[in-house]
Design a protein around this ligand. Structure first.
Ligand SMILES: [Zn+2]
Length: 634
């Protein structure tokens, strides 16, 4: 409790999904040459490095106090004091880390801040160790006794504040074994990392990617980095060469990767059984308190809307074929990433992008827009690129600090969407911290992408109302359609693959390369149907998905975009009441289970209709796209 991996990931909070490595050829400015108003202001965190050092020294000593409470937690007063001390120290440790990591990211070649950051991380590890005895001690207590001590939650000034945290802890109780078994499981947890480590090594070090056809007609080395660039080429020969090259590399290792993935699945099943879960799926969803039905609903909704996905693919095929980009008039797997609408010229300066993003959040009401405007004006954002700065974009910070954002600004549409996205994260953090005590002042990965994706949807809506250029409008609509195809349908297909593989293994089926490829090929046919050529090469794609070693994770991408889409639709159609529910969601932090918080906001993921509501928006966009292109609209 208090500290889980989710909070840690959130303060890391690096968003890769919207960032594109900039390819600026000219010399970048040094950090000190960047104008002050384009740099974030970290003085609210620490005045200077000296203040950081002083805090670091005092926290390092104070951490030792935690162990004084060992063996005393059955005492009401001691328990309260322990929780308060732990919260205070946790916040200090996070603040130390936030300052050092933001400073280190300003210029990654700066070894002074790199060293400070390493020390902050070590302090975090030490914090974890100093209190590692506490949860086992609480779990060893009689459940009724512990609930009695904490009370019904009404005593918010006392232990009542911690009722939700205690509830989360006690939910695990039936899955905690006796100390001897727990010790074995803890040791086994390191062994269980094996398949993930093996895959990472294979994927990043040993796998030989072939030479493929480049746009200049010459053969060039395929890499994980240029793969997507080649898939977006307007030259079908380049796309085909890259796609088949990537698949052949994984095909050549099919038996090794299958054996490794089978080990990952067996590990999940072993751990689920060791901890009294009915299935690996139930064990994976348990910590988020997400019912298995949510997972099944998601897949069933995707199936219901497959005809709409196929209509989109059919349109893609027609448009690309008319442009002479499909030599045989057929759509292949390597034709899925080439943009249907050629890149639009859209230059926008940072200041103008801020104004547009601010205008786009108007439907969320005055307070939201005012806080964001104030944040943009008080240097929450580190805007431009400089020598050595961390690439990409993210939102970061912790309780008690401003919700900072890192950008590497370029004057284009993509960057404006990145700004809207990161601002969504930061505003979620701001509302949560402004309304919750420290202990609930974070939010889970399960809901993290909802606020960011909702802001992107609002920006799209705003631009579609404002912009009259037909090509730009078509581009924006296609941007949304692609988000659904890749974030909803593709990730749900992956989620279904994981579900079937685990279920088969639980039933004693051997997960051979042939079997895994059959599952994947069948799913690919089910999702894309007649619209995409039955290219055999796709059957190996399961072998190249790193996320499969973080099992049952990708479904959160699909539920995230579904919730964000449904909420943005409600905000735009209902107005005030939906807006208030949404702000309620932003303010709740982790004070309740994620699934409950979303339900109160208007999206009940346990109900199939919630996902359907999002997919209706997908269909609406498709109709607009069909009209914009003058194709088969209904
Ligand atoms: Zn994000």
């Amino acid at each position: 409790m208090g500290h889980n991996i989710f909070r840690w990931t959130l303060i890391n909070g690096i968003d890769g999904e919207n960032s594109k490595m900039s390819m600026v050829a000219g010399a970048l400015p040094a950090r000190k040459e960047v104008a002050e108003d384009l740099k974030w202001d970290l003085s609210p965190v620490y005045k200077d490095d000296t203040a950081w050092e002083a805090d670091f020294a005092s926290v390092a000593i104070a951490l030792k106090e935690l162990s004084r409470y060992k063996g005393t937690l059955a005492d009401k007063e001691q328990l309260l004091q322990f929780f308060r001390l732990r919260d205070k120290l946790a916040q200090q440790v996070e603040t130390l880390y936030v300052y050092s990591h933001l400073r280190a990211d300003e210029d990654t070649t700066n070894s002074h801040y790199q060293a400070m950051n390493d020390r902050a991380l070590a302090l975090y590890t030490q914090f974890g160790e100093e209190q590692s005895w506490a949860n086992p001690e609480l779990l060893a207590m009689d459940e009724a006794q512990l609930r009695g001590i904490v009370g019904d939650g009404s005593d918010k000034a006392g232990l009542g504040l911690y009722r939700q945290k205690i509830d989360e802890l006690l939910r695990q109780k039936q899955h905690v074994r006796n100390p001897e078994i727990e010790e074995l499981l803890a040791q086994y947890a390191q062994v269980a990392q094996g398949p993930r480590t093996v895959f990472t090594m294979l994927d990043n070090a040993d796998l030989k990617l072939p030479q493929v056809l480049g746009e200049d007609g010459e053969m060039s080395q395929l890499t994980h980095g240029n793969y997507i660039v080649y898939l977006q080429s307007r030259d079908w020969k380049v796309r085909k060469s890259a796609y088949l090259g990537m698949m052949s590399a994984f095909e050549s290792m099919r038996n090794t990767i299958a054996a490794n993935y089978a080990s990952q699945v067996k590990t999940n099943i072993f751990e689920a059984r060791a901890r009294n879960y009915k299935s690996a799926l139930e064990a994976a969803l348990g910590p988020d308190n997400v019912p298995v039905s949510v997972y099944h609903n998601l897949i069933e909704s995707a199936h219901r809307y497959l005809p709409v996905l196929r209509r989109y693919l059919d349109l893609r095929k027609k448009v690309l074929a008319q442009a002479g980009e499909l030599p045989d008039g057929k759509l292949h797997m390597w034709d899925l990433y080439v943009p249907v609408i050629k890149d639009v010229q859209y230059d926008i300066a940072y200041g103008d992008a801020c104004k547009k993003v601010l205008a786009s959040v108007n439907p969320l009401g005055m307070q939201y827009a005012q806080v964001l405007a104030k944040g943009l004006g008080s240097r929450w954002i580190d805007v431009v690129e400089n020598k050595g700065k961390r690439s990409g974009a993210y939102s970061s910070g912790c309780y008690g600090t401003p919700p900072y954002m890192l950008l590497n600004w370029q004057d284009n549409l993509e960057n404006m969407f990145t700004l809207a996205h990161e601002a969504g994260h930061s505003m979620h953090s701001w509302f949560t911290r402004d309304n919750q005590p420290y202990v609930y002042g974070d939010y889970t990965i399960f809901v993290a992408e909802v606020a960011s994706t909702c802001n992107e949807a609002l920006l799209t809506h705003h631009l579609l109302q404002e912009e009259i250029d037909d090509n730009l409008r078509a581009y924006l609509i296609n941007h949304q359609l692609e988000a659904f195809r890749t974030t909803f349908f593709r990730q749900t297909l992956f989620a279904e693959f994981e579900m079937i593989a685990h279920r088969d293994a639980e039933n004693g089926v051997a997960l051979t390369a042939d079997h895994l490829s059959k599952i994947f090929l069948d799913l690919n046919k089910k999702y894309y149907g007649e619209m995409v050529e039955d290219d055999d090469a796709v059957k190996i794609e399961w072998a190249r998905i790193p996320h499969f070693y973080n099992s049952f994770y990708v479904y959160k991408y699909a539920t995230g975009i579904s919730a964000a889409t449904a909420l943005s639709r409600q905000i735009l159609q209902e107005g005030q009441p939906a807006c208030e529910r949404y702000l309620g969601f932003l303010k709740k932090g982790s004070s309740d289970y994620s699934i409950n918080i979303l339900r109160d906001a208007g999206v009940d993921l346990a109900e199939p209709s919630s996902i359907d509501q999002a997919l209706d928006v997908f269909e609406d966009f498709l109709q607009q796209f069909e009209r914009a292109l003058g194709q088969g609209g209904k």
